[in-house]
Design a binder for this molecule. Sequence first.
Ligand SMILES: [Zn+2]
Ligand SMILES: [Zn+2]
Length: 274
Amino acid sequence: MSLTLSSAHVHTTFCDGKTPAAEMAKAAFEKGFVSLGFSSHAPQDFDPGYCIEPSREEEYKAQIRALQREYEGRMPIYMGIERDLYSCASPQGYDYFLAAVHYFRHPDGHHTPIDAEPEKLRRYVDMYCGGDGLEMARQYFALLRDYVLAAHPAIIAHFDLIRKNNARLHLYDEEGKAYQDMALDSLRPLAETGALLEVNTGAVARGYLTAPYPAPFLLKEWLAWGGEVILDSDCHDMRYLDTGYDDAEELLRSLGYSHAVRLGKKTLWERYIV
Ligand SMILES: [Zn+2]
Ligand SMILES: [Zn+2]
């Protein structure tokens, strides 16, 4: 059993998750979670199958509020949202939001998903990055950095999401100095915002990666800059509510972390020992 016993990054059938919200809450409670936060993908005006339908956003809120009442005094439930840079929805009215960049927007208004079909990302690199994977990485980190600086989210979601498809496409060298310096330069200004850097085990649970986002070299510097981390499962299926947490906690300890932050029992955020 891991020490974290929480996830602030959980999807349901309101967006692209497989488990209905009520079943997810029940699974978390039965696992002994101290808290749970729902974070469906915020409404967008493109790629509709992936996010909450705009007409169902109020229903999403109502259902999470009903679950909050059902579990009151037993397991606090929070109403969050994972808001993409190109979402058309407001993060107002939620307990917290995670900022994420899942797409590149083309000059003609179309979008390329970053973490979906690898061939789509390959085509984007060929068409808009002169075939240079590092240029794609530069664009990605610039978008995410500027979004976080402008929007003040509670959580920076999967900071190096581009690793997912790079594992298959080998667009750039993740161990290379050029890439690592670029990633660090984008992360550094975010340490001062107070946002939590998410250690996200979702791609591990789904078999795409063997280590969570973000890579250890980023977590190491984040600690040196005084940043705080939150462990999240980015769960789309209740069987994987805390998959990868033991290894992620071990990784944090090996990097020198003594604590992490989770959704609290009495306050929105609380620290706990890892
Ligand atoms: Zn995401
Ligand atoms: Zn997510």
